[in-house]
Design a protein around this ligand. Structure first.
Ligand code: ATP
Length: 219
């Protein structure tokens, strides 16, 4: 019998700081899509948003602590090591070159991130490099989410959406949309809590909170 191709997930983000919303997204999509690995790729200088509150090295270290002990989760430092903005299309191009043309890759993201996809550099080329799996995070319902999308994105979704099983039949080009346990956690809110001296405990791993305290981040 032919061996099942191994599907690798990629989760990029600022992770400023990483929290349970990110980790559940990774865990639930890993299970649903039977991902062999989820690579967390913290951004260095993010191209699409204001500079993060803390340095790439701190964000990287927080992700390292958050994923410790999960053998499916790995850390990819490549964007942190760059001094220029790490565009997804470049990162995926590098991963594709490393993993081979036939390896199925899947970019994981929340529904909010997908809505902004058409502003990413060479966004249509992303579909030549990877599949995309979207998790409907809290506040995002299928119908209103589709309505909020620009025409170009809606067309891509209509053309490319498929069932989870389809993702192994090609190395790139499909879109799957999945519901996930709603966890209304955002890094922005965690930063605000820390700034005003409130505790974000139970919104993120204890090891990440300890790192934040030890390094006096977000105070
Ligand atoms: P911020 O509040 O600073 O904008 P964030 O919490 O949205 O940050 P990012 O690092 O920008 O975190 O997000 C990385 C990815 O994780 C994105 O694809 C985003 O959609 C997803 N994500 C973030 N928070 C959640 C959540 N609570 N549930 C599901 N997905 C999430």
């Amino acid at each position: 019998m032919a061996e099942e191709p191994v599907l690798t997930g990629i989760l990029g983000g600022t992770f400023d700081p990483v929290h349970f919303g990110h980790l559940r997204l990774a865990q639930e999509l890993a299970e649903r899509l039977a991902l062999a690995e989820v690579r967390f790729v913290p951004s260095g200088v993010p191209p699409h948003r204001a500079p993060p509150a803390v340095s790439p090295v701190h964000r990287l270290e927080m992700v390292r602590r958050a994923i410790a002990g999960n053998s499916r989760f790995t850390l990819d430092q490549r964007e942190v090591n760059k001094s220029t903005p790490g565009y997804a299309v470049d990162t995926l191009g590098e991963l594709r070159a490393e993993l081979g043309a036939d390896a199925p890759l899947c970019l994981l993201m929340g529904a909010d991130a997908f809505l902004g996809l058409n502003s990413w550099r060479r966004w249509e080329a992303l579909f030549d490099l990877a599949h995309i799996a979207v998790a409907l995070r809290p506040g995002f319902f299928r119908d209103s989410w589709e309505e909020a999308m620009g025409e170009a994105l809606r067309r891509q979704l209509a053309r490319r959406e498929q069932a989870v099983d389809g993702l192994r039949r090609a190395s790139a080009g499909g879109i799957v949309v999945q519901e996930m346990t709603p966890l209304d956690i955002s890094a922005t809110r965690i930063r605000r809590q820390l700034r005003r001296g409130a505790s974000p405990r139970y919104l993120l791993p204890d090891a990440v909170l300890a790192y934040i305290r030890d390094n006096r981040l977000y105070s």
